[in-house]
Design a protein around this ligand. Structure first.
Ligand code: PEP
Ligand code: MG
Length: 592
C-alpha cells in the first residue's frame, strides 16, 4: 500500500479514528457550514426566489411530518406531538411575510433572507423570561437549519435512515447523535472535514466498527456525491479514483487483518494476564444497552464505562425512570456476574439534546456539562439515580460520576443518591445497594484533590480524553491543534501517576476508560504506572488482551520509570512505541 498518489488518483489526508478499509461511492452530506451566501438578485429573478422559499417550506413540512409519523409509531403520540411546535414555526405567517418582504426589498436570495429573519426571531425568543418561549428558540433553530438545508440542497441528516444503496459519507461534520443512527449495512465508512480522535463522533464510529477518517480539512468541498473512493481508517486516508494497484495492495492488507482477527479470536476466553503473571481487568466501553451482547463476544470482563447519554439523544422527550431502569437492568442481567459500571449522565460538550433548554455556549466543554448539569437539573438526575438503584437488584452494578472537579460535587451527588434510596424505601420499591461508587478523574483539580476524593469513593476511573484536553488546554474536537493533543506529554504521565498513587494510598482501585486505554502503544505505559483496570472500545478488546498477554510488567515498569523522569513527550512516545511494537508487531501491520 502506498501513501503516494499514483497517476489518476488523488489522496486526501486526515486523522485515522476508526480502523478498517472500505470502498464505494460518496454521499456528500453537508459542505462546510460556511456563511450562507448573500446574493444580489435582479428584479425579474425575485419571484423565483419566493418560489424557492415556498418549495423549501413545503419540503421541510413533508420531512417533519414524516419524522413525526415515525416517532408516533416508535414512541407514541405524546413524543410525536413535540413536532407540532416545529410545524407551527413553519406556518407562522408573520415569519414568512417578513422573509418575503426582505427578499423583495433588499433584492436578495431566499436563503440569506430566511436566515436573517429566523436569527432575529431566535435571538428574541432566547432572551425571553418565559421558559416556554425560550424553549421555542430551540424549535426555531431546528426548523431554520432544515429549511436552509433544503434551500442549499444539503442532504437532510434524517435521510440517512433511508439510504438505498451502500455509500461512504463525506461531510463537514457529523454529530455523535447522528453517528449513532448510522446503518452499518448502508454506511460503509465516513470522512469529515473536522474532528479528532477523541471526539464522541470518533468514539461512536469505533463502537459501531465503521471505518472513519476525520480532520480531512476541505474534503467536503473537494469531493462530490457519486465519486468512487477508497477510505483507509487505519492510516487516515481517502483515495479518490484509486488505481488497480492501490486496490490490490489494500486487498492484501484486508486479508492480513482478517488473519489477525482470527488469531485474536483464539484468546478471546483467556484472561488478560501478563507474561510475568500480573492479572489486569480488561473491560469494555459501551454506548447503548444493545451493545451488551458484543461485550460478551469480544472477551471483556464486563463494562468499565457505560456512556448513558445516548439513551437521551435522538428523541424528543427525556427517557423515563422506567425506560432507563429497563435499559440498565438488561445490561446488568446479560453480563452478570461481571460488573457494569454505569456513568451518570454526561450531556453537554459535544452531546446536546435540542428539546431541553441547553443554550449554545461559547465554550461548551468548559460549560454546563455532566455533573454540573445534573446537580442543577435535579429531577433529571433523580430519575437516573433511581433507575440505576433499581437495576442494581439485577446484577453487579457500579456507578461513577463524570467531570468531578472536587469534593463538593461528589458530596452533593452522594447526598442526592441517599435521598433517592430513602424515597425508594418509602415507596417500597426494591433497589440494590450499589457496592461501589466511583469518581471519574478527568479534570486536573480532581487529580490535585484526589486524596480527599479517594477517601469517599471505592474507585477512580481516569477519563484521559478530557484529562488531556483540560490539562493541555487542547480542545479535543479541534483538528487544527490535534498535534498538540499529546497523551505522552510529561504532565499527563505525571497526572496519571499522581492519581494512581492517591488511589494506592487510600486502598482503592484505579482504572482508565479514556481512549488512551485502547491504544496498544499506551497500554504498557499505563500498566507500568500501576493501573488496575483498562476499559476500552469493544473493537479494541481483543488486541489489548493480545498485547497484555505478551507483556512483562517488569518491562512496563521500566518504561514508566523512564517516562516519569523524562522531559520530552516525543521521547516517551518513541519508547512506548518501541516496546509495544517489539512485543506485538502483528498489531501494527496496518500502518504505513
Ligand atoms: C474521558 O473523558 O476520557 C471519558 C472516558 O469520557 P468521555 O470521552 O465520554 O468524555
Ligand atoms: Mg470525559
Amino acid at each position: 500500500m502506498s501513501e503516494h498518489a499514483r497517476s489518476g488518483e488523488k489522496i486526501l489526508r486526515g486523522i485515522a479514528v476508526s480502523g478498517g478499509v472500505c470502498r464505494g461511492k460518496i454521499l456528500l452530506l453537508s459542505k462546510a457550514r460556511e456563511a450562507v451566501p448573500r446574493l444580489q438578485i435582479s428584479e425579474p429573478g425575485l419571484p423565483l426566489e419566493i418560489q424557492r422559499l415556498e418549495q423549501a417550506l413545503t419540503r421541510t413540512r413533508q420531512q417533519l411530518l414524516e419524522v413525526q409519523r415515525k416517532v408516533n409509531e416508535a414512541m407514541g403520540a405524546k413524543d410525536a406531538s413535540i413536532f407540532d411546535a416545529h410545524l407551527l414555526v413553519l406556518e407562522d405567517p408573520t415569519l414568512i411575510d417578513e422573509v418575503t418582504r426582505v427578499i423583495q426589498q433588499q433584492k436578495i436570495n431566499a436563503e440569506y433572507a430566511f436566515q436573517q429573519v429566523a436569527e432575529k426571531y431566535g435571538a428574541t425568543l432566547s432572551a425571553m423570561d418565559d421558559e416556554y418561549l425560550r424553549e421555542r428558540a430551540a424549535d426555531m433553530r431546528d426548523v431554520t437549519s432544515r429549511v436552509l438545508d433544503n434551500l442549499l440542497g444539503r442532504t437532510d441528516e434524517t435521510d440517512l435512515g433511508r439510504l438505498e444503496e451502500p455509500c461512504i459519507i463525506i461531510s463537514y461534520d457529523l454529530s455523535p447523535s447522528t453517528t449513532a443512527l448510522l446503518d452499518r449495512k448502508k454506511v460503509l465508512g465516513f470522512g469529515t472535514d473536522v474532528g479528532s480522535k477523541t471526539s464522541h463522533t470518533a468514539i461512536m464510529a469505533r463502537s459501531l466498527q465503521i471505518p472513519a477518517v476525520v480532520g480531512l480539512h476541505d474534503a467536503s468541498k473537494q469531493l462530490k456525491t457519486g465519486q468512487y473512493v477508497l477510505l483507509d481508517g487505519y492510516n487516515g486516508l481517502v483515495v479518490l479514483s484509486p488505481t488497480d494497484q492501490t486496490l490490490f495492495e489494500y486487498g492484501q492488507l484486508v486479508r492480513k487483518q482478517v488473519n489477525l482477527q482470527e488469531k485474536l479470536q483464539d484468546i478471546r476466553d483467556e484472561p488478560a494476564i501478563s507474561l510475568d503473571g500480573v492479572r489486569v481487568t480488561l473491560s469494555a466501553n459501551i454506548e447503548q444497552a444493545a451493545d451488551a451482547e458484543n461485550v460478551r463476544a469480544c472477551g471483556a470482563e464486563g463494562v468499565g464505562l457505560f456512556r448513558t447519554e445516548y439513551l437521551y439523544l435522538n428523541r424528543e422527550t427525556l427517557p423515563t425512570e422506567e425506560e432507563q431502569f429497563q435499559a440498565y437492568r438488561k445490561v446488568a442481567a446479560a453480563l452478570k456476574p461481571h460488573p457494569v459500571l454505569i456513568r451518570t449522565l454526561d450531556l453537554g460538550g459535544d452531546k446536546f439534546i435540542s428539546h431541553l433548554w441547553m443554550p449554545q455556549e461559547l465554550n461548551p466543554f468548559l460549560g454546563w456539562r455532566a455533573i454540573r448539569f445534573c446537580l442543577q437539573e435535579r429531577d433529571i438526575f433523580r430519575a437516573q439515580l433511581r433507575a440505576i438503584l433499581r437495576a442494581a437488584v439485577e446484577g453487579n452494578i457500579k456507578m461513577m460520576y463524570p467531570m468531578i472537579s472536587g469534593l463538593d460535587e461528589l458530596t452533593q451527588a452522594n447526598a442526592l443518591l441517599e435521598e433517592c434510596k430513602q424515597q425508594l424505601q418509602a415507596e417500597k420499591i426494591p433497589f440494590g445497594e450499589i457496592l461501589e461508587i466511583g469518581a471519574m478523574i478527568e479534570i486536573p483539580s480532581a487529580v490535585l484533590t484526589a486524596d480527599s476524593l479517594a477517601k469517599r469513593v471505592k474507585f477512580f476511573s481516569i477519563g484521559t480524553n478530557d484529562l488531556i484536553q483540560y490539562s493541555l488546554a487542547v480542545d479535543r474536537l479541534n483538528e487544527k491543534i490535534a498535534h498538540l493533543y499529546e497523551p505522552t506529554h510529561p504532565a499527563i504521565v505525571r497526572l496519571i501517576r499522581a492519581t494512581i498513587e492517591a488511589g494506592q494510598r487510600n486502598g482503592i482501585w484505579v482504572g482508565v476508560c479514556g481512549e488512551m486505554a485502547g491504544d496498544p502503544t499506551m497500554v504498557p505505559l499505563l500498566l507500568g504506572m500501576g493501573v488496575d483496570e483498562l476499559s476500552v472500545a469493544v473493537s479494541a478488546v481483543p488486541q489489548i488482551k493480545f498485547l497484555i498477554r505478551r507483556l512483562k510488567i517488569s518491562e512496563a515498569r521500566e518504561l514508566a520509570e523512564f517516562a516519569l523522569n523524562c522531559e520530552s513527550g516525543s521521547e516517551i512516545l518513541a519508547r512506548s512505541q518501541a516496546l509495544a511494537q517489539r512485543i506485538a508487531p502483528g498489531l501494527f501491520e496496518n500502518q504505513n
